[in-house]
Design a protein around this ligand. Structure first.
Ligand code: 2NL
Length: 335
């Protein structure tokens, strides 16, 4: 039989030991050990509860109250240390993962379309708005599509101007995008309204105005009743859209084997005296219409060919065609 005084003594000593032990807890494992030692089902406080039954009945209530207070004190100590440990671990993590927002950022350079692509797309958009379709074709062409079908027979002196890089006896890198129009006409019945943008090749020695690789946009419209007046309107509209409202345009005589008549087109900036050549054009030669299976007595057509590099050079006052393919960032990033 225990006495309440013995119990009180034990409570005091456990309370002191518990207080002391709690103050030294510095890890989750130590916290758990503390819980088991004092608060667990087989812990020191539970052991004292077991003694209650051996006290005289009139003292059990008072003793129970003291034990409950001891248990509450233990729970409080446990909860307080648990909270401190958690806060310590959070602040440790915060200091480890600290982000210094004042550090300079990491530079991710953003690319953009090459000037030639931008200009080509702008030209495409102007003609798309006028109802033309965009057609494309192979860069390696047959002699037939590149020359014969365009009224440039083998051994004809006109071929010299376009003779280009041959792949084998009958295939070459296309010197213009006209073969695409030949393919379109052979595949479809009139009316035909297309533009053919793309890369072309010529056996030119490179200088400020010549490049063996360049880009062209050719236009073709074949339908009943088309005349040079319609061609003039379409080109004038393009000049105003691409260069500006105040620009003048004029046509003068020229020669191409695939157009008759053939013209050279010039434009003049508002207030300027100088005329600048912008493209060659003309009415599609009846021989070409016949070759693709059209009846030149029924339909007429017109075509033009312009250089994308030349358009970009005129627009931005660039004086050397070589800059387009040199990939010098000092040039490329200006646009
Ligand atoms: C130039 C001249 C031109 C054409 C291209 C063409 C195409 C067919 C039929 C008739 Cl399928 N013509 N294209 C016509 C006239 C001129 O280009 O100096 N371009 C840079």
């Amino acid at each position: 039989m225990a006495t309440i005084d013995e119990l009180k003594e034990k409570i005091t000593s456990i309370s002191e030991a518990m207080q002391k032990s709690a103050s030294t807890i510095s890890s989750a494992a130590e916290l758990e050990a503390f819980r088991i030692e004092y608060l667990g089902r087989k812990g020191k406080i539970a052991a004292l509860f077991k003694l209650l039954g051996s006290l005289p009945p009139e003292e059990r209530a008072a003793a129970g109250k003291l034990l409950n207070e001891l248990k509450a004190r233990g729970n409080e100590l446990f909860a307080a240390r648990e909270k401190e440990l958690k806060e310590a671990s959070i602040s440790e993590q915060l200091s480890k993962e600290r982000v210094d927002l004042t550090l300079p950022g990491i530079y991710h350079p953003l690319g953009h379309l090459h000037l030639l692509t931008q200009v080509q797309r702008e030209i495409e958009d102007i003609f798309l708005r006028m109802g033309f379709d965009i057609a494309s074709g192979p860069e390696i062409e047959t002699e037939y599509h590149a020359f014969e079908a365009l009224n440039i027979p083998a051994n004809h002196p006109a071929r010299d101007e376009w003779d280009t890089f041959y792949i084998d006896d009958t295939h070459l890198l296309r010197p213009h995008t006209s073969p695409v129009q030949i393919r379109v006409m052979k595949a479809t019945e009139p009316p035909v309204r297309v533009i053919c943008p793309g890369r072309c090749y010529r056996r030119d020695t490179q200088d400020a105005t010549h490049s063996p690789v360049f880009h062209q946009v050719e236009l073709l419209w074949v339908e009943e009743g088309l005349s040079l007046a319609n061609l003039k309107y379409v080109i004038e509209h393009f000049v105003h859209e691409f260069f500006g409202e105040g620009y003048e345009m004029r046509m003068s005589g020229d020669f191409f084997p695939f157009t008759e008549p053939s013209v050279q087109v010039h434009m003049r900036a508002p207030g300027a005296t100088e005329w600048l050549e912008i493209m060659g054009a003309g009415m599609v030669d009846p021989a070409v219409l016949t070759e693709v299976g059209y009846d030149p007595e029924k339909v007429t057509g017109f075509a033009f060919g312009l250089g994308v590099e030349r358009m970009a050079m005129l627009r931005h006052k660039i004086d050397d065609i070589r800059v387009f393919l040199q990939n010098d960032l000092r040039f490329i990033t200006q646009f």
